[in-house]
Design a protein around this ligand. Structure first.
Ligand code: FAD
Length: 288
C-alpha cells in the first residue's frame, strides 16, 4: 500500500502536481502533455481535484484512473463530503482502491455558492475529520488533509482552525497540504504553530504560479488567501499584458520556492491549473 508520508521520508525534496478535470474532453490531451512534461521532475504524486458541489464525481474518478493507468504516474484523488452518504463514499473509494488508487486528499468541501453554512448530506459528514476517521476505519487508504496558513475562511480564529486541523491528523491523516499563499511568513508561522500543538506529520506548502490578475482575484476571493499589496499592484500595472502577468507569477512563485527550499520543506505541492509552462519554468530555475 502507498502511504503519503513515505514520499517525504528521505531528505530529498519531493514535488506534487495538482490538476482539475478539464471541462470537456478536448482538454485531456493538453493536460496529459503537461503532465508528461512535468514528469521530468519525478513527482511524488499527481492529485486530481473533486469539483465543487461534487460536480466532477465521475470525471475525477475516470481521470485519476487514466493518469494512473496510461501515464503510470502515482495518483491521488480528492474527495469531499458534499452530496455523499457513508454508503456512497464507501462505494466510490472502494472501486478506486480496487484499481490501485489508495491516496485520498480528504476534504469537507464548500457549501454551494451564495450559501454560507455547510450542510452535511443525510448520513454523511459535517467535517473532514469525520471523513478521515471513516476512511481510516475502512482500511487501506492514506489520507492528506487541507491546512490553512491564513486560517480557513469560515473559522472563528486561526487558533480554533488549528485545533480542528489537529483533529484531522489525530483521526488518521498522514500529511497536510496547505492552501495556496503568497507570503511565506504565513506558512512559516503556521508550521511553527502546528508543531507547538503537537502536529508532527509532514506539512507540504501549496504554491500557485499566478497566471493573471483576474484569475488570482477570483481564487483568493473564494479561499480567503491574501495577495501582498506590492504583488497586487504589479499585476494591476500589467493587466493588459498576459505574458507579463505570467512572468510576474513565475518570479513570485520562484522566490517563494527558493526560500521554502532553503528552510528545508519536505515537498512543494504545485497548483498547476492544468498548465505546465509556469511550473516547469520555476522548477528549471530551482534546479539550475
Ligand atoms: P474542515 O477541515 O472540515 O474544516 C471546515 C471548517 O470547519 C473550518 O473552518 C474548520 O475550522 C471548521 N471545523 C472543523 N472541524 C470542526 C469541529 N469539530 N467543530 C467546529 N468547527 C470545525 N474543494 C473541493 O471542492 N474540491 C477539491 O478537490 C478541493 N481540494 C482542495 C485541496 C487543498 C490542498 C485545499 C487546501 C483545499 C481544497 N478544497 C477543495 C477546498 C476545501 O474543500 C474548502 O476549503 C472547504 O471549505 C474546507 O474543507 P476542509 O477539508 O478543510 O474542511
Amino acid at each position: 500500500m502507498t502511504h503519503f508520508q513515505d514520499f517525504y521520508k528521505k531528505k530529498q525534496l519531493r514535488y506534487s502536481f495538482e490538476i482539475f478535470p478539464p471541462k470537456d474532453p478536448q482538454g485531456i490531451e493538453p493536460l496529459f502533455q503537461a503532465l508528461r512534461e512535468l514528469s521530468v521532475f519525478d513527482p511524488a504524486f499527481v492529485s486530481v481535484t473533486y469539483g465543487a458541489g461534487g460536480s466532477t464525481r465521475q470525471w475525477t474518478r475516470d481521470l485519476a484512473l487514466r493518469i494512473h493507468q496510461e501515464l503510470k504516474q502515482t495518483t491521488a484523488f480528492h474527495f469531499t463530503c458534499v452530496g455523499s452518504s457513508k454508503k456512497q463514499i464507501l462505494d466510490y473509494v472502494t472501486r478506486l482502491k480496487e484499481e490501485g488508487l489508495n491516496l485520498v486528499v480528504a476534504l469537507r468541501g464548500d457549501p454551494p455558492q451564495g450559501i454560507e453554512k455547510f450542510v452535511p448530506s443525510p448520513d454523511g459528514f459535517q467535517y473532514a475529520s469525520q471523513l478521515v476517521a471513516y476512511l481510516k476505519e475502512i482500511n487501506g487508504f492514506s489520507m492528506a488533509v487541507a491546512g490553512y496558513p491564513e486560517g480557513h475562511i469560515e473559522a472563528k480564529s486561526k487558533e480554533e482552525d488549528l485545533i480542528h486541523l489537529k483533529e484531522k491528523v489525530d483521526s488518521g491523516a498522514d500529511i497536510v497540504i496547505t492552501q495556496l499563499f503568497f507570503d511565506n511568513s504565513d506558512f512559516f508561522d503556521f508550521v511553527d504553530q502546528t508543531r507547538r500543538i503537537g502536529i508532527t506529520v509532514p506539512i507540504i506548502p501549496g504554491i500557485m504560479p499566478i497566471l493573471s490578475l483576474k484569475q488570482v482575484e477570483k481564487i483568493t476571493s473564494m479561499c480567503g488567501a491574501k495577495i501582498p499589496s506590492d504583488l497586487h499592484q504589479e499585476l494591476q500595472e500589467n493587466q493588459e499584458n498576459p505574458e507579463a502577468m505570467k512572468q510576474i507569477g513565475i518570479t513570485h512563485a520562484l522566490h517563494q520556492c527558493r526560500e521554502l527550499v532553503k528552510k528545508k520543506v519536505p515537498g512543494i505541492h504545485f497548483y498547476t491549473l492544468n498548465r505546465s509552462a509556469s511550473t516547469l519554468a520555476i522548477l528549471q530555475e530551482l534546479h539550475r
